[in-house]
Structure formats: structure tokens, C-alpha cells
Design a protein around this ligand. Structure first.
Ligand SMILES: Cc1cc2nc3c(=O)[nH]c(=O)nc-3n(C[C@H](O)[C@H](O)[C@H](O)COP(=O)(O)OP(=O)(O)OC[C@H]3O[C@@H](n4cnc5c(N)ncnc54)[C@H](O)[C@@H]3O)c2cc1C
Length: 476
């Protein structure tokens, strides 16, 4: 390794995803010397961010790429509806209000946008979709950062932090899985994501059921830096069991399956568990408002598995799946292939079909197709499952990211024990998402949290480092 990387940096950025790059670019634009420490090798850089597709952004006027207005009030109402509003509402309001500037910021860095996908998401008005997806997002931000003079170290895993009295001094970094070095920074931005890939830690929280979870994103979300911050006295936010968990195809890989493993047909049919019984209202709300709770619901069923059953009326109305559905000419045939109790599934479907009321099916709105006298009810998009061929998907909980993280203030400063903001220690992205997401999720806000807090952290960290007035790393 070039010894230059061991110098005393103005800003050390831990992690190499969206939040980290937003922080690194902003710190550099504000005149700081910046080193990014990414534990993944270059070809796996970008964490969960490289799997993403869009951002939910407030806009009171219509501009490219949106198809209509999405007011601050509507965004706020959606957020409260999805999360219960039990988080730090001041921080959530700030993220929503500031989100309007994200498109311009990203376009300036070279990002381009495209129209939204069709299907069950309905986000053309509310979300900006990346041309080229999250991989392009990360390649664009890395290229911009490097041109600006941000230094990047890959295969650089932060395994420890030296913090005394709320003042960060240095990071202990394992390089290429071998040598360990200490790297100093006048300030530090922790942007290493959640702990969703750390199965032993998940088991501490969920018990043995966590063994059956699939992790949709990066293998590198181990929460090592989060744990180090907690050990050094950082206050925490959110409940460790909370996270973004969606139903994904049970045939997906353990890690990094990404977006294509998601199965979006839940609101268009019924979900049954291993016993062949329905267990929740599939039509409670639009899919982006509800998909994140369905992973938890599946996690609560026997063996953490459930099955989405649909018929041919809706097979073309959701994002095509990477694994083909199980297909049969009768619902019994599908149940048999899925190893479900055939008679019970037949009875569940017949009971559901009898409860479906007449209505005008329209999956672009909360329509009037619902069931009557059925527990649990299906409150929208309820159509009889009666048109062959029939289809079924085996689903498992797909953990996207955990919400539990460090507490921060509006300047992205980590709050230490005694409610004291750390002097030169900042956090952005998933590692502090719990300040804004107590539970539930609203599709496309994850990246917004990283963008807004990354930019705040980068600016604040650069200002402290450049002013030299702080007592931080310079004093070493
Ligand atoms: C399949 C999928 C689709 C998604 N789609 C969307 C979407 O369309 N819109 C949206 O808003 N959100 C989406 N999300 C959520 C979104 O990815 C996250 O909210 C966001 O990317 C988090 O960014 P981050 O920078 O905090 O974390 P990450 O992008 O995960 O970055 C964390 C980084 O830290 C590195 N790291 C971890 N530990 C260490 C360590 N000890 N030392 C050094 N580096 C370390 C990792 O390698 C990684 O580079 C999606 C997630 C997944 C998995």
C-alpha cells in the first residue's frame, strides 16, 4: 500500500456506498483531503447502494423525470402512514424537505434518469429512477469523487475506532484481509450500512429463525463499525428487530440476490403459509407502502416460508420474476408442486373466492375490490382466483437492511452517552436510518437518507477539519 494513505486526513469516510460517496464528494468540494475506506474489493464496491433503482423525492413543481407534483405534505403523510411516525420527526421532516434538491445534485455529478417501470409500484410521479440503476449510480459517484481528488482504498475493512471523550482519533483498518494499520483523521464519517449480513447478530435478535433469512444486498453489511461505535459510547436509535424485509423468491441465493429476487404479486393474489392458511390482508395498501412489512410477516410463519397464489388474470401485471412461477391447470396442482396441504389450500381459495365482492379492478389505485365476512379481509384488488393456469411462488424473508443504528442530530453528529454530540464524529445512511425509520418503509427513502445526511456530514466534517479549531485529530 502507498504509505501516503497513512497520512493524517481531514476527513476519513468509512464505507463505500451512496452515503459514503455523498459525504466524500461534499467534503472534498469543501476543501478537505478525503480518504474513503471500502472493505469490499473494487468489483463489489457500493454496498447495498449498487442494487438500488430509484429515490423518492419531494417536488412541488413538475420537472424531469417526474410525471406530476409530490408535495411535502403528501410525502409526509405517506411517511407517517408507512412508519407510524415514531422516529425523530424533525430529522424526518428535514430529509423530506431537502430531498427536492437531490435530482439536481445527482445530475451535476453525471447521473441520468429514466421513466418509472410499470407494474405494482406506481412511482412515476413520486420517485426518480436511475438510468442504469444503482450500479451506474455508484460508478458515477466513484468517478466523480476520484476526479475531484478523493482517495479510495478498497479491501480496507475498518475493525476498530479510537475515540476518547467523544473525540475520534483514528481507525484500525485491516488491508486485503492481512496487515492492520492505524489511519488518522481530523474527522470521520461512518457510513458502513446496517448489520443485515451478520447472521450471528441477527440470531441474537431474532433467534434461530434468522438462519432462514435471505439477505438481498451486500455480504459486507456486518455492522462492525456500528458495534465499535456502540462500544465507544454512541447512543442508539430504533429497535434491533426492525428492518426492511420483503418477501423474495425462496430459491434465491443467501446474499446479494438483489432486486430481481423480489416477488411483487402479493397484492394481486392471496398469500398462504405452510398450513395453507391466509394470515394478513394482501390488499391493505399500495405495494411500496407495504412490501417491507411482508418480509416480517413471512418471517413469523412456520419455517419462515409462505406462498403467493395467483391466476392468469394478473400474471402480466407485476415485475417479471427471475425464477419462473410454479404453474398448474388447477390450484390443487400448484399446491401439490409447492408441497402444500392440497385440500386445505383448495378450501382457502374457495372460501376467499366466495368472499370476493363485485367491484372495478384497478391496481393503479386503492380500488373497491374487496372481500366481505372474511378474516383476514382483503381490502383492495380482491379478485376471484379462478382463471387457469394458476401460479404459485415460494417466498422467504429477504432482509434488505436493518434500521438499528447510531443516534445523530441534524448536523449528522453522532450522539454519545449523556446526549452529547460527538465533536468530530458523523454518521450517514443505513447506519443512522433508525433515527428516521422506526419500522415500516416507504419505497425510495433509503437513498434519500444517505444523500441528505451524507452531504450534511461531509460539509460539517470538512468545516471542522479545515477550521482547525476543533480539538480532534490534529491534537494527536
Ligand atoms: C436489492 C435492494 C434494492 C434496493 N432498492 C432501493 C431503491 O431503489 N431505493 C432506495 O432508496 N433504497 C433502496 N435500497 C436500500 C438502499 O440500498 C439503502 O438504503 C442505501 O443504499 C444505503 O446506503 P449506505 O451507503 O448507507 O449503505 P451501503 O450502500 O450498504 O454501503 C455501506 C458500505 O460500507 C461498506 N462497509 C461495511 N462495513 C465496513 C467496514 N467495516 N469497513 C469498511 N467498509 C465497510 C460496504 O462494503 C459498503 O460499501 C435497496 C436495497 C437493496 C438490497
Amino acid at each position: 500500500m502507498n504509505q501516503d494513505a497513512l497520512k493524517n486526513w481531514d476527513v476519513l469516510v468509512l464505507g463505500g456506498g451512496n452515503a459514503a460517496l455523498c459525504a466524500a464528494i461534499t467534503a472534498r468540494e469543501n476543501g478537505a483531503s478525503v480518504l474513503v475506506l471500502e472493505c469490499a474489493p473494487k468489483h463489489f464496491r457500493g454496498g447495498n447502494s449498487r442494487h438500488t433503482r430509484n429515490m423518492r423525492l419531494m417536488h412541488e413543481t413538475v420537472f424531469d423525470p417526474f410525471t406530476g407534483v409530490y408535495s411535502e405534505k403528501e410525502y409526509w403523510d405517506d411517511y407517517i402512514r408507512a412508519t407510524g411516525g415514531l422516529a425523530n420527526q424533525d430529522l424526518a421532516k428535514m430529509v423530506i424537505r431537502e430531498s427536492v434538491g437531490c435530482v439536481e445534485w445527482m445530475k451535476h455529478k453525471g447521473m441520468r434518469f429514466q421513466g418509472a417501470l410499470a407494474g405494482t409500484l406506481h412511482t412515476a410521479r413520486t420517485n426518480a429512477w436511475f438510468l442504469g440503476g444503482g450500479k451506474t449510480l455508484m460508478n458515477t459517484l466513484y468517478a466523480y469523487a476520484e476526479n475531484l481528488g478523493v482517495r479510495i482504498l478498497y479491501d480496507a475493512e475498518v475493525i476498530g475506532l479510537d475515540i476518547a471523550d467523544g473525540v475520534f482519533r483514528s481507525a484500525t483498518v485491516r488491508l486485503n484481509g492481512k496487515e492492520t494499520v492505524s489511519i488518522k483523521g481530523a474527522t470521520v464519517v461512518a457510513a458502513t450500512g446496517g448489520f443485515q449480513s451478520n447472521i450471528p447478530w441477527l440470531k441474537e435478535v431474532w433467534g434461530e429463525t434468522a438462519e432462514n433469512f435471505l439477505v438481498r444486498g451486500t455480504y459486507y453489511g456486518l455492522g462492525t463499525v456500528l458495534k465499535a461505535l456502540m462500544a465507544q459510547g454512541a447512543e442508539t436509535a430504533a429497535d434491533p428487530t426492525q428492518g426492511h424485509m420483503v418477501p423474495i423468491d425462496g430459491r434465491s441465493p443467501k446474499f446479494d440476490g438483489g432486486i430481481v429476487t423480489r416477488v411483487d404479486c402479493v397484492p394481486l393474489g392471496i398469500m398462504v403459509n405452510k398450513e395453507g392458511e391466509r394470515f394478513y390482508d394482501e390488499g391493505e395498501d399500495f405495494w411500496p407502502m407495504r412490501y417491507a412489512i411482508w418480509g416480517r410477516l413471512v418471517a413469523q410463519q412456520t419455517d419462515q416460508v409462505s406462498f403467493s397464489l395467483i391466476d392468469s388474470k394478473v400474471i402480466d401485471r407485476f415485475m417479471p420474476t427471475v425464477f419462473p412461477p410454479i404453474k398448474g391447470e388447477t390450484i390443487e396442482d400448484v399446491a401439490r408442486q409447492l408441497d402444500l396441504p392440497v385440500d386445505k389450500v383448495k378450501e382457502t381459495v374457495e372460501t376467499y373466492n366466495r368472499a370476493v365482492q363485485p367491484g372495478n379492478f384497478d391496481h393503479t389505485k386503492l380500488d373497491d375490490c374487496k372481500t366481505a365476512d372474511l378474516t383476514p379481509p382483503k381490502t383492495h384488488w380482491a379478485q376471484r382466483i379462478d382463471t387457469p393456469p394458476f401460479y404459485g411462488y415460494p417466498l422467504r424473508p429477504g432482509l434488505t437492511f436493518t434500521y438499528f443504528g447510531v443516534k445523530v442530530n441534524e448536523k449528522a453528529r453522532v450522539i454519545m452517552q449523556g446526549d452529547k454530540p460527538a465533536e468530530n464524529l458523523f454518521a450517514a445512511g443505513e447506519i443512522m436510518a433508525g433515527n428516521i425509520l422506526p419500522k415500516g418503509y416507504i419505497g425510495g427513502i433509503g437513498l434519500v437518507i444517505g444523500n441528505i445526511f451524507g452531504r450534511i456530514a461531509g460539509k460539517e466534517a470538512a468545516a471542522i477539519a479545515k477550521s482547525g479549531s476543533q480539538s480532534a485529530g490534529r491534537r494527536l
